[in-house]
Design a protein around this ligand. Sequence first.
Ligand SMILES: Cc1cc2nc3c(=O)[nH]c(=O)nc-3n(C[C@H](O)[C@H](O)[C@H](O)COP(=O)(O)OP(=O)(O)OC[C@H]3O[C@@H](n4cnc5c(N)ncnc54)[C@H](O)[C@@H]3O)c2cc1C
Length: 533
Amino acid sequence: MVKHQEKRRQVVIVGGGPVGAGLALDLGLRGISCVLVERRKTLQNIPKGQNLTQRTGEHFWFWGIDEDIANNLAMPKGYPIGEVTAYGNLMGEFWHATAGREVVRPYYHRANLRIPQYRVEEVLRAKLAKLPNVEMLMGYMATSITQDENGVRVEVIEDGGEQTITLLGDYLVGCDGGRSMVREQVGIAREGTDFDQVMLLVVFRSKQLHEALEARFPPRSTYRVMHPMHKGYWEFFGRIDVGEGWFFHAPVPLSALQDKDFDAHALIERSTGFQFECEFDYIGHWDLRVSVAQTYRAGRTFIAGDAAHTHPPYGGFGLNNGLEDARNLGWKLAANLQGWGGDGLLDSYTNERRPVFRDTGEDFIAARIKADAVFLDRYDPARDHDEFAKAWKARESEGGARAQRYEPNYEGSNVVAGAPGARCGAHGEHMFKARAGHHLAPQKLSNGRDVFDELGADFALLAFDADEENVKAIELAAKDLGVPMKTIRDSYSGGREAYEARLVLVRPDHFVAFAGDHAPDAHALAALAAGRA
Ligand SMILES: Cc1cc2nc3c(=O)[nH]c(=O)nc-3n(C[C@H](O)[C@H](O)[C@H](O)COP(=O)(O)OP(=O)(O)OC[C@H]3O[C@@H](n4cnc5c(N)ncnc54)[C@H](O)[C@@H]3O)c2cc1C
């Protein structure tokens, strides 16, 4: 048997979790050859990464796994995804069932969804298995990496076996999770907030809990308890299915992890406020930390997903952000390998994605923990019931408002024609107006189809009663630079005027590169969007 091999692929991906698999799929569908190295042969049945945004739904649709995902949901189709938030425990007087991500549904081509992460991974792997240009090395561990100006070299070893492989590639992407070996070996540092707090994670089954919550609350998928003793950290229940599957996480003292007699059941019952029977499937923990890598690129090496950013699962941002990294990086690597994308396009990956996560981690997660702590300190129903009731009521609209405000955008990107001085980040506002650096909202075309159904995998120029000479100039410029682009012509009416621009240049990840009625310098625009300005 051959014990050592050498293989060359265009892109080597270390880490075949959901983000690595998503990236391999994006690249594979673009005709790029890649190899995915994953040390685990089987999937870990922990139902994390369940709360997925409308944008993630768009990735699944774009990657052609929409239906497979829909056929693998653990929840009944249409079951409400939102949250119940309660004070003290789930039987307490104060609770609300707030609006959540559903408020921004009109701005996306697909709905948000709830599905255990391992089921998404199963679907991704099944789809990858059908792509001849993607090789999956499951049960292989990457041990070391080197790179120079010409390429990357990754050494891998078979887990428990003798086979070793040297993988040579043009680019390497580390999707190898929070403890990323790739990030460490290329020397990328991280920064952020360490809360110095351990969180317990329990996966269990209980029909009694389901029945009690069904009787007390409107149908919801998650239940969050705010307790003054936790200083803003959550006690949190998430449904895995509608019937008996649950996960629960809560802050615990470090000593609880070392105590073999620690009573997790009693902890959960303190949170529910009533006793119930359950069977445990898994007990684990994680450290509460928000951290983001200082750059997502070092030479020919990139990092994505948890390798680039980690945080507690408060608000369902981790996997959603990781898959967006994959979608952002996929077309840029492909453009570079196909010869039409410049180095500026590769740099734009850090420029665009890193500030989004910095804002997400610090302003949407860490700041929320701190604000909850302040609220719990300031208001106490035992001290002043009416004052607490008023303040609690005022929080009811927060979930929907937060979803509306969470609008990752790349206005300040080096490959987008954004406003001078604009920045990239997670703060924004959902709108139908097409704005450079923002996600394109869906809109009907006069043929009855949605604009998303026509966009495709390359650049698309929306020309709605636009100056034909200007349209031709942009088409010519794209052709000159080898930038693949199609034009979608239609009238500036029938709802399409909501874009407030007759010309919209849409990138392969369906973010807007340019929006306006006239592009004064077509060549400069095409060069900018291709990272060759
Ligand atoms: C309890 C919980 C609930 C969560 N809920 C949500 C949610 O609702 N929504 C959301 O968006 N996110 C959620 N998250 C976060 C989400 O699970 C992570 O962000 C997601 O797993 C990141 O995916 P990844 O592919 O980047 O990393 P990982 O899932 O960590 O995958 C990394 C992979 O790399 C492999 N690997 C590592 N080193 C090597 C090596 N040297 N060689 C080969 N392979 C290697 C590992 O085996 C692993 O498979 C939750 C997390 C937890 C813990």
